[in-house]
Design a protein around this ligand. Structure first.
Ligand code: MOS
Length: 729
């Protein structure tokens, strides 16, 4: 099915199941520990061996020698894989990292060897016996000092434009009545998902099956086949449950490659998990940015010039953090400039993390908006509202499909009690605590992408959905079950959803906030086809018939759905593809965040007290799951504001705090109160579901709202994240 004009009335609009707050259909499996994660397929794999990755102990240079004698002689060792015996490996497609070092080392903790043994403990202790000799070369580990040589983004699958210019930015900024020119920085951040990267790899002849934990099985099959130099048809990936991804498991990482090589070398299925302290330097992360923002406005608060430049670093060829993305569409202003630059850094690869680009960019832009509002003597909510735009500011005439940023700000201000904010910073004190309030806008693109599904009807009227979509903790199982139930007119308990197997029809996968709207649209397409098949089989007019209560009904004629599958199951496959509507309309999601903090007047300890988010993100398929997504994202935003930073040792070239003891993320006790308001929206330009994603929107702007609240509490403006108490002293 092709979607190329705005959706009309369709079965989803009944909203009998879709749109209702619905518990996770797989919830009991998770809470009873019976949902299987990658490392837990013990019945499917007999007699597995265990793999252990030894990471490079230098950031840049060459391996001159690996003395394997002691390791080989250690008990239980079955094989040792290094670049010397691994065979040819291509570089990843989505990531630029090579997954096995040798002789060249590209970054610290890049895999140098994979030790395979009978037990995990034997593999680990043998890995410690490997003697690796290196020759170090000098590398760049400091974005600040490498910035001068930064260039336009390197070409790649997701290269953003390096520059966008509208009108005469420099001229308009120079002559603006009120000006702001400030620099901000965001640090390297880790996805820090609960489940580490892990794979069980098993070869049957030249066919490879991997139980793994990746968000996009289609990319995974493509990339793993490419890296290993084998046909795509020979690779099957299974990721039925994923313990968090946040972009850190987009496609293949070293565990998949290492487990596959280890299984080949040992002739055994191999289980391999990245140990937590390896993950931070071995895998990917959200890269540090340095950003300069210039805003010029009239004295009455109308923006006349807005400029945003951002520098990030990466391994050569790696992606550029597109921190200017939101600035290109969020606020009005006739004269505009955005510019992205990337410098070569020899740290682990920077890549996508929850709302890549927008999250980092808005951490800066939304502090700048707060600073500018203060210069203008305006309320920061009013300043944002005044500069709302209903057209894409870089492409005048191009409308947003739906956009209620203003309503988000107003509703949030109202529910939060914004009128109680004191304009003067540092003015409110409760005991030893300084109290402050902050606001930020949120916005995130709303892409949709093609997605296929297979649906099956059996004689009892039950529906089974199969698609290689993943559920990374987001609720995919549930919204897909809701979609099929709504489409076929059955209860959600009559639907079985099977996900996360690359042998199922290819879905959108989970990434870029496109998963929810895209994967359910694929299920919609398949169900439309199944409705036609049922109608044809039972002699109904598919266009006019109703599907309700497990029956197909037209006038006074009706039949049980299962009757269409009496002799054999009815099975159909279809795919939703997309035309050009996203060119015609700017399709984005919007929101507003309000935060209250308390800062101890003596120690400067910062406590978040209240958070309110308002989101405008198309039809909400499952308000309960959507709320949970936003709550999680707000929590992650607090981490970005106050705690999260991978600290670079600039002499040695690695992230020092590479475990969850040193890399801190918020816990329940850090955030006593969170409220999520979902504004009603239906966007027929997106898909027949009329929905958008919300999982990434929820994080965007949060950190700036916290930083602005800290300023309001203390009068101290911190422009370098995280906002830790040492920066307030
Ligand atoms: Mo997302 S960072 O594109 O999984």
């Amino acid at each position: 099915m092709k979607f190329d004009k705005p959706a009309g009335q369709n079965p989803i609009d009944q909203l009998k199941v879709v749109g209702k707050p619905t518990d996770r259909v797989e919830g009991p499996l998770k809470t009873t520990g019976t949902a299987k994660y990658a490392y837990e397929y013990n019945e499917e794999v007999t007699n597995p061996a265990y793999g252990y990755i030894l990471g490079a102990a230098i950031a840049r240079g060459t391996i001159t020698r690996i003395d394997q004698a002691a390791a080989k002689a250690a008990p239980g060792v079955l094989a040792i894989v290094t670049a010397a015996n691994a065979g040819r490996l291509e570089t990843g497609k989505f990531y630029v990292s090579r997954f096995l070092a040798g002789p060249q080392v590209d970054h610290y903790h890049q895999a140098v060897a994979i030790v395979v043994a009978e037990t995990f403990e034997q593999a680990r202790s043998a890995a410690a016996l490997l003697k690796v000799e290196y020759k170090k070369t000098k590398g760049n580990y400091d974005l600040e000092t490498s910035r001068a040589g930064a260039q336009a983004p390197w070409p790649g699958p997701y290269t953003p434009p390096g520059e966008s210019l509208t009108g005469d930015f420099e001229g308009a900024f120079k002559t603006a009545q009120v000006q702001l020119d400030q620099s901000y920085s965001t640090p390297d951040q880790a996805h820090a998902m609960m489940e580490p990267h892990a794979t069980i790899a098993k070869w049957d002849g030249d066919k490879l099956t991997c139980w793994c934990t990746i968000q996009q099985l289609n990319w995974g099959v493509r990339d793993l086949a490419f890296i290993l130099g084998i046909p795509k048809e020979n690779v099957r990936l299974i990721s039925a449950y994923i313990g968090g991804g946040f972009g850190g498991k987009g496609t293949v990482l070293s565990d998949l490659v290492a487990a596959s090589l280890a299984a080949r070398a040992s002739g055994r299925p191999v289980k391999l998990a990245l140990q937590r302290p390896l993950m931070f330097n071995n895998t990917i992360h959200r890269p540090k940015t340095i950003q300069r923002i210039r805003i010029g406005a009239d004295r009455d608060g109308k923006i006349t010039a807005i400029g945003h430049e951002s520098w990030s670093g990466n391994l050569p060829g790696g992606m550029t953090e597109a921190a200017t993305a939101s600035t290109r569409v969020l606020y009005a202003g006739a004269n505009r400039l955005t510019r992205l630059r990337v410098a070569t850094l020899h740290l682990a690869e920077g890549s996508a993390m929850r709302a890549p680009g927008e999250a980092s960019g808005m951490m800066a832009l939304e502090i700048a908006m707060d600073e500018m509002a203060e210069k203008l003597n305006m309320d920061p909510v009013d300043f944002r509202i005044k500069n709302d735009t209903q057209e894409d500011p870089e492409k005048p005439g191009r409308k947003f499909s739906t956009r209620k940023l203003v309503e988000c700000l107003r509703e949030g201000a109202d529910k939060f009690g914004w009128e109680r904010r004191n304009v003067k910073p540092g003015a409110i004190k409760e005991g030893d605590w300084l109290i402050g309030m902050g606001v930020a806008s949120a916005m995130r693109g709303a892409p949709v992408t093609k997605s296929a599904a297979r649906v099956r009807l059996d004689s009892s009227g039950r529906i089974t959905v199969e698609t290689d979509m993943t559920d990374i903790g987001t609720g995919s199982y549930t919204i897909i079950a809701q979609t099929a139930a709504e489409m076929m007119g059955v209860g959600i308990d009559q639907v079985k959803v099977k996900l996360g197997d690359s042998s199922f029809p290819e879905s959108s996968g989970s990434g870029g906030q496109w998963g929810a709207a895209s994967s359910t649209s694929g299920v919609y397409a398949a169900c439309m086809k199944l409705r036609e098949a049922v109608a044809a089989k039972l002699g109904f007019d598919a266009e006019k018939a109703q599907f309700s209560d497990g029956r197909i009904i037209l006038g006074d004629k009706s039949a049980a759905l299962g009757d269409a599958a009496k002799t054999e199951d009815l099975v159909v496959v279809d795919e939703m593809t997309y035309g050009e509507l996203s060119k015609e309309y700017a399709q984005d999601t919007f929101g507003a965040h309000f935060v209250e903090v308390a800062v101890n007047a003596f120690t400067y300890e910062i406590r978040v007290r209240r958070m309110v988010a308002v989101c405008h993100a198309g039809r909400i398929l499952n308000p309960k799951a959507a709320r949970s997504q936003v709550i999680g994202a707000m929590t992650m935003g607090v981490g970005a504001a106050l705690m999260e930073e991978m600290v670079v040792d600039k002499r040695v070239g690695f992230f020092v705090n590479h475990d969850l003891a040193g890399y801190e993320v918020p816990v329940h006790a850090d955030i006593p109160y969170q409220e999520v308001i979902l504004l009603e929206d239906i966007d027929p330009t997106m898909s027949p579901m009329k929905a958008k994603g919300i999982g990434e929107l929820g994080i965007v702007g949060v950190a700036a709202a916290v930083a602005n609240a800290v300023y309001n509490a203390t009068g101290i403006r911190v422009r370098d994240y995280p906002v830790t108490l040492d920066k307030l002293l």
